[in-house]
Ligand binder design. Structure first.
Ligand code: SAH
Length: 393
């Protein structure tokens, strides 16, 4: 639920409000303990209790002194958002609606396949980027998720899947491909990523955690410095003229600058590749010429391409190309030695495929609220992309 701690995590709590320890990294917890006069090694104990033993009750944390347990109970909290609904697809995909504030919900999706289980999580309530083919854009933007609300999605999904299947390791990959632009919520996202990677918390390997961005160039460099996870970039067009239209952020960070940042991101690891996502929109970006242009752009980059057949939503104005067009597009790239996968939609029967997820976003902008009220867009629709096919480990 919404507390002042939910929007900005501070290492040291204000006395009157309990600090939500769920979103604090190892360093954040060390600072917290120092500030309350405790030894910083307590941080590792707390991380293990919270993220590995999944304990939210300080009184059960038996390796802490009684005094500290009492103090934490008075001054701190481990607070998780509430699961509102669960839906299961016939193909095994599970979609959860998660309440992050009184009038705002996000969704997360679990996509199992033979070799892996991918959890797709959100970083913001809504999105401010206005990509023309994306239903999240129609909802407008409400707020950033706190680091606690981001890592909570992993915490909650693990527990829910364990209840379901009894298998703790069922999540093998995490992708930030749900609602929002993660690099525009940089600090909270980096804290949550650190908790995903931290051995004393969730312990995922870097290559199994993927952040997808529409291309916030300076933050791609910052991510490389701070927390280098796998990078996916939503490209969607092979030239600036078309990309300016589809992904308006391109006017600020054009393709050449974006690709240079991608190159820098992977430059000192010969095995690493950037994944480029490309939504195929019939008659817009799906011709053989577009494919050739795309191949030319990516030839000297360690890249792989994920083709995402467009998932229509009401009044989108776009259509998905027919299967042969998608196959031909892929052939052009493959013939030029660019590893290309066509992502197959998952969870269609529960509206969990790309562009089909329903969250609840109270847009900040009056214009967007009015537009949604007039049903020009489907109210409560948000986009989360099922990513399972994209991530080669
Ligand atoms: N803002 C980030 C994270 C969102 S990831 C980003 O842009 O990368 C969600 C992915 O799904 C993006 O690649 C997005 O462009 C794609 N997508 C959005 N709407 C879609 C739709 N209707 N059909 C298919 N893919 C869509």
């Amino acid at each position: 639920m919404d507390t002042p701690n939910d929007t900005t995590q501070t290492a040291v709590g204000v006395k009157s409000e309990p600090v939500n320890l769920l979103g604090l990294t190892l360093t954040g917890l060390e600072d917290y303990f120092r500030a309350i006069g405790e030894r910083p090694f307590r941080a590792v104990q707390l991380l293990k209790w919270i993220h590995q033993r999944r304990t939210t009750d300080f009184s059960a944390m038996t390796n802490l002194s009684k005094g500290l347990r009492t103090r934490l109970a008075a001054e701190a909290i481990v607070q998780l958002p509430e699961i509102v609904t669960t839906q299961k697809s016939t193909d095994g995909t599970i979609k959860w609606l998660v309440r992050v504030a009184a009038d705002n919900c996000i969704e997360m999706v679990f996509i199992p396949d033979q070799r892996r289980g991918t959890l797709c999580i959100s970083s913001q309530v809504g999105c401010a980027l206005n990509c023309t083919f994306c239903s999240t854009a129609r909802q407008g933007f409400n707020r950033n998720l706190s680091s606690a609300q981001i890592i909570a999605q992993v915490w909650l999904a693990k527990g829910l899947l364990e209840q379901d299947s009894g298998d703790r390791r069922v999540i093998t990959n995490i992708v930030l491909m749900g609602m929002g632009e993660p690099l525009l919520n940089f600090e909270n996202v980096v804290d949550a990523l650190e908790l995903m990677l931290e051995d004393n918390a969730h312990g995922f390997a870097r290559r199994r955690v993927t952040l997808s961005t529409a291309g916030v160039v300076p933050k791609i460099d910052a991510l490389r410095q701070r927390c280098r996870v796998s990078l996916a970039v939503s490209l969607h067009a092979p030239n600036d003229r078309l990309r300016d239209e589809l992904v308006p952020l391109n006017k600020r960070y054009p393709i050449r600058e974006l690709l240079a940042a991608c190159r820098r991101y992977v430059q000192d690891d010969a095995r690493e590749k950037v994944t480029f996502e490309y939504v195929l929109l019939a008659g817009v970006n799906d011709s053989q010429q577009h494919a050739r242009e795309l191949a030319a752009l990516l030839t000297d980059l360690p890249a792989k391409v994920n083709l995402i057949p467009f998932n229509p939503f009401p009044n989108s104005g776009y259509q998905c190309p027919p299967a042969p067009v998608i196959d031909d597009f892929r052939e052009v790239l493959m013939a030029r030695r660019i590893m290309t996968i066509t992502r197959k939609p998952r969870g269609g029967d529960i509206d969990a495929a790309c562009g089909q997820l329903a969250g609840e976003v109270q847009a900040r902008s009056r214009r967007v609220r009015l537009r949604n009220a007039n049903h020009l867009a489907t109210p409560g629709k948000a986009t989360v992309t099922p990513p399972a096919e994209q991530l080669q480990s």
